[in-house]
Design a protein around this ligand. Structure first.
Ligand code: ATP
Length: 330
């Protein structure tokens, strides 16, 4: 439903967003990642029509983002502030009216949101009487009021304790199920792995990663498998190295955990077959995938971009070979 097509922006002759293109279907939680200064906020400002792109196009449901469509986008910026002397309910109702709700509907939705976020008892308190985390939850309510089609949330988890992080995750999941699209910009990469279907990573204004979180992790893994089993041979055709994980880690712990490094051209299914044919009893076989955070650091340091055709940044859409193999084994 959101389509960003070859969007570009320069400041003072310096290109800060360079030909970025991506799509976010309705009902998806999509992550926008990138190191500091990568161009994320600039991109978000263009999506929210705060800044105009120099080139390219941004459309939602096929229409330009001006006018009525713009009103269905909620933006929670990283730098935020609320009117400190007004009550929680007044502030929230005001935001609802800004989004086109009648005063009555706005108040009704405000009360429902405050209940959902566990803030009903604070409705009549001044904003300045609330703790930082509570104010953050009110900010989130200002983004949610008016049932936006697209929510753009910049670091929405900052300042929240683990209980409230879980609450927000639950709220986002419910909205996703109702068809709301969420564009999440965060440096908390574990949250991206947990919540997001797909992500885009930009670096120095260039696209460097784009795809499902699962595929990106698979694509960037070393070509190795974690194997649990017994009687593993010292070597097998198509396999470069088999090492017991406890040995590899330099401990004495006896175990049946192995790291199996596959030959460059070897498919996981071939490696698994070779192990079984060599007499190994396999309990589990899974391709090793590094955490997204590790990929983020390595891609950010390599400074490469998808569009330059250099290595490091990749569009990933490979089939899930290891899953297929495991399915056969199970
Ligand atoms: P962070 O994670 O630190 O918030 P970001 O990815 O959001 O970073 P942007 O704020 O989009 O990065 O900034 C990208 C680049 O554009 C930076 O080099 C920044 O200095 C520059 N920039 C952003 N806004 C302006 C502006 N209004 N005028 C000039 N340069 C700008």
């Amino acid at each position: 439903m959101l389509e960003v097509r070859k969007v570009r922006k320069s400041y003072d002759d310096r290109l800060v967003v360079n030909d970025i293109s991506f799509e976010v279907p309705a009902g998806e939680i999509f992550a926008l990642l990138g190191p500091n200064g990568a161009g994320k906020t600039t991109l978000i400002r263009m999506i929210t029509d705060i800044t105009r792109p120099d080139a390219g196009e941004i459309v939602m449901d096929g229409a330009s983002l001006r006018g009525a469509e713009r009103a269905r986008i909620a933006y929670l910026p990283e730098e935020r502030g609320l009117y400190r002397k007004q009550s929680v309910l007044e502030v929230l109702s005001y935001y609802g009216e800004l989004k086109g709700l009648t005063p009555r509907d706005s108040r009704t939705q405000s009360v429902a949101l405050l209940e959902e976020f566990g803030l009903a008892a604070w409705a009549k308190k001044q904003i300045q009487q609330l703790s930082k985390g509570m104010q953050q939850k009110v900010q989130l309510c200002t983004a949610l009021i008016g049932d936006p089609k697209l929510m753009i949330l910049d670091e929405p988890f900052s300042g929240l304790d683990p209980v409230n992080v879980a609450l927000l995750e639950d709220v986002l999941d419910k909205r996703r199920q109702k068809g709301t699209t969420v564009l999440l910009s965060t440096h908390q990469i574990n949250k991206v792995e947990q919540l997001c279907d797909r992500c885009l990573m930009i670096n120095k204004g260039f696209m460097v990663l784009y795809g499902t979180v699962k595929d990106i992790r698979r694509q960037h893994g070393e070509h190795a498998a974690h194997v649990t089993g017994r009687q593993l041979p010292a070597s097998a055709p198509g396999i470069d190295r088999i090492e017991r994980v406890s040995d590899a880690l330099g401990t004495d712990r006896a175990g049946d955990e192995y790291r199996v490094v596959l030959g460059r051209m070897t498919q996981p299914s071939e490696a698994l077959r070779a192990l079984v044919q060599a007499g190994a009893a396999i309990d589990a076989f899974q391709m090793a995938h590094p955490p997204l955070e590790q990929i983020f650091v390595s891609v950010a340091n390599s400074g490469t971009g998808l569009d330059q055709g250099r290595s490091g940044g990749l569009r990933v859409d490979e089939s899930d070979e290891a899953e297929r193999v495991l399915g056969g084994v199970r």
